[in-house]
Design a protein around this ligand. Sequence first.
Ligand SMILES: Nc1ncnc2c1ncn2[C@@H]1O[C@H](COP(=O)(O)OP(=O)(O)OP(=O)(O)O)[C@@H](O)[C@H]1O
Ligand SMILES: [Mg+2]
Length: 358
Amino acid sequence: MKTAEESSVTLLAIESSCDETAAAVVRDGRRILSDIIYSQIKTHTLYGGVVPEIASRQHVEKISICVRRALDEAGLSLADMDGVAVTCGPGLVGALLVGVSFAKAAAYSVGLPLIGVHHIDGHISALYLEKPELQPPFLCLVASGGHSHLVLVRDYGIYEILGQTRDDAAGEAFDKVARALGLPYPGGPSIDRAAAEGDPHAYDFPQAKIDGASYDFSFSGLKSAVLNELNRCQMSGESVRTADIAASFQRAVVEVLVEHLTRAAEEFGMKTVAIAGGVASNSCLRRTAEEACGERGLTFICPGPRLCTDNAAMIGSAGYYAYIRGVRSDLSLNAQPNLPLGTRERRYHANLKGGVSA
Ligand SMILES: Nc1ncnc2c1ncn2[C@@H]1O[C@H](COP(=O)(O)OP(=O)(O)OP(=O)(O)O)[C@@H](O)[C@H]1O
Ligand SMILES: [Mg+2]
């Protein structure tokens, strides 16, 4: 087994947890040699959201060509790899199974080590690709379609979850509110665009505070407030001010996220603060978090939009840090739709179904 000091480690990485089929070749967890993403957004837009069965079928259609392109663009063959990293949870079970099965077959065919990776470990590790000098500890807000986690990154793959959503994830709230406003899927970018034309102070939508769990989030009350306003407009025959509602909703989400982030940075003495996940593409969140960090003398990091959304390069980075610790999955590795992220003491690898050794 190679260690980080001995020589470089090149991993093939595969991601298929939701509606992107992605493969990448990543060297030493920090250098992207290739990064291929087949997005299914166009297909799912027809239905206003991800249809799991269709997602799985499209992954099956695209996975071989996606991996082939990733290797070709890196100018390497499967046999040149040091291992195969794959997202094994959380996510849609049928979608995950496509990536996991393909990765197992690829690893077995040339005798490579296999490394199961947690999807959120991937989103956080995208930061190592964005900023090659970044090292833990730091504070990270992961805001995506299924998660709103405020995480203390103690070390590579060692996470302490300070807070999480009680109901809707931030991205889910964007998607649901966009749908109610008649804006196209995915809702986050649609609201971001609509909000640019609106007044963020037109409405004072509620921002939930949760007693006794001060870093948790709740977005369902905010979503209901938007729906109530839409109903009120409909009943009274008023026209809906879409841009103003989008801007005010976005402000309410962003203010809560940034308030939690800066308060936690202060309480835990973190000098570096990051955001990751699909919602980290939001222009208002990026701007507001950057300003708030600047005012407090904190270093702020945010991946570029391509690294915020689902991709395989981030899985290659997370896989690398597991690989150099000696983590290996065996061929009984399985898809785990509800895989927990682990805790400060316990890496998620201990919870993987499929004999992991370190
Ligand atoms: N500019 C934006 N503003 C707000 N939200 C956005 C923006 N761009 C994307 N999103 C949201 O990000 C989410 C997609 O992010 P991501 O691909 O990380 O989620 P996922 O992989 O489906 O969920 P998870 O990572 O929790 O498993 C969607 O909910 C989408 O609306
Ligand atoms: Mg994701």
